[in-house]
Design a protein around this ligand. Structure first.
Ligand code: LRH
Ligand code: MN
Ligand code: MN
Length: 386
């Protein structure tokens, strides 16, 4: 049996949720470039997500962002998704695009605004009841730009209260997933800047509250796999927002900037029991494709996650433990690096063929005619942003 054959079965457990917003036009504050074929409706975003699933077999769920995704008839949208071969997944709330939330939402000093932010989350839960989604993912843009602008302590207390109200409304199988980010759009302080704050807030809520780790949301140089290890150890790692970054929250294709970091993260996920048939960590992408084609950008991303998961599964654990316990520094490091350097692309192509999937999903998509079709069909209307 080859090394790859020993892990081939485990790879069947990998599922990666794709974000609806990856298919919309996105950009920076300098320019949002349009691209032909961009979806004009949430249905068209879902169709694009289904195109990713068809060639990879890895993305059966699409995450929505409310109200970026205007969901008028939830049941009709869920059955539309099912017809396309995918399901609606995580629901992301959004309290960062409304003028009322200029100074915050769940942390706002004005009770009426805070209530509005809470109500938005309750509406998201109503949607989740109908779609069967498990996770309500909350990322807050809340914070301040100038020292003295705001009472950081009072905001933390208001956040705890607001999250409590939302948590109380969760269904039995639903989870509240709190995402942290160290800066942007606020530049002095952010109300949930780090995993410590997110963990503190979710611990106060209860079992159904967990943390989301977005790989782009840390200061440069942060040892992200250490955070993965710690959250898993505490049973509080709920989900990942995968992406790559060089400088800030760049939202580039996962594994493109630093494939080794993705490998190290997946090693800790596997080590900590975050991957497998009984694991409940949700793997999601949170990316924007500003200049590249969006559907191939998503396909590349999920393949990168698959490849690094496979390589991480190849780590010879017994040998690694033995070397670690023998104090064999370089021996242990070599075992780790051996797995990282293993080229399994040909094995993965065979693995796909065995499962009736295209050996080369990028090429299969390019040859499918889907891209040409949407570029021809999707004229008129307003292409969606994010
Ligand atoms: C914030 C964030 C969060 C949002 C998404 C659009 O930077 O990572 O997950 O929901 O971007
Ligand atoms: Mn994110
Ligand atoms: Mn982000």
């Amino acid at each position: 049996m080859t090394a790859f054959e020993t892990i081939a079965g485990a790879l069947d457990d990998l599922r990666i949720e794709v974000p609806s917003w990856a298919y919309g036009n996105s950009g920076t504050r300098f320019k949002v470039f349009g691209s032909p074929g961009t979806p004009r409706t949430v249905q068209e975003k879902i169709s694009d997500a289904a195109a990713v699933h068809r060639v990879t077999g890895l993305t059966p769920k699409v995450a929505l962002h409310i109200p970026w995704d205007r969901v008028e008839d939830v049941d009709a949208l869920a059955s539309f998704a099912a017809d396309q071969g995918v399901e609606l997944g995580t629901i992301n709330s959004n309290t960062f695009q409304d003028d009322d939330f200029k100074f915050g939402g769940l942390t706002h000093h004005d009770e009426a605004i805070r209530r509005k932010a809470i109500d938005h989350h309750l509406e998201c839960l109503d949607i989740m009841d109908r779609t069967g989604s498990r996770d309500l993912k909350i990322w807050l843009a809340d914070g301040s730009n100038y020292p003295g602008q705001s009472d950081m302590r009072a905001r933390q207390d208001r956040l705890a209260d607001a999250l409590h109200t939302i948590y109380e409304r969760l269904g039995t199988d639903q989870r509240l997933v709190l995402e942290y980010k160290f800066f942007e759009p606020s530049f002095y302080h952010t109300d949930v800047p780090d995993w410590g704050t997110a963990l503190t807030q979710v611990l106060a809520l209860g079992e159904k509250a967990v943390v989301c780790l977005d790989t782009g949301h840390h200061a440069p140089g942060t040892n992200i796999e250490f955070i993965v290890m710690q959250l898993l150890r505490l049973g509080k790692l709920g989900s990942f927002d995968f992406n790559s970054r060089f400088y800030a929250d760049d939202d580039l294709i996962v594994g493109s900037a630093d494939p080794f970091q993705l490998f190290r993260i997946m090693v800790e996920v596997i080590r900590g029991g975050g991957f497998g048939p009984d694991a409940d960590v949700a793997f999601m992408l949170d990316q924007c494709h500003n200049i590249e084609k969006k559907i191939p950008g998503q396909i590349r991303s999920v393949l990168n996650v698959q490849e690094m998961t496979a390589r991480a599964l190849l780590v010879d654990r017994p040998a690694l433990t033995e070397a670690q316990e023998a104090g064999d520094v370089l021996g242990a490091h070599e075992i780790f690096m051996d797995a990282f350097y293993t080229d399994i692309r040909a094995d993965l192509a065979d693995w796909r063929a065995d499962r009736g999937l295209p050996r080369d999903p990028m090429r299969a998509y390019a040859q499918s005619g889907y891209q040409e079709q949407i570029e021809t069909d999707r004229v008129g209307g307003t292409p969606m942003s994010w």
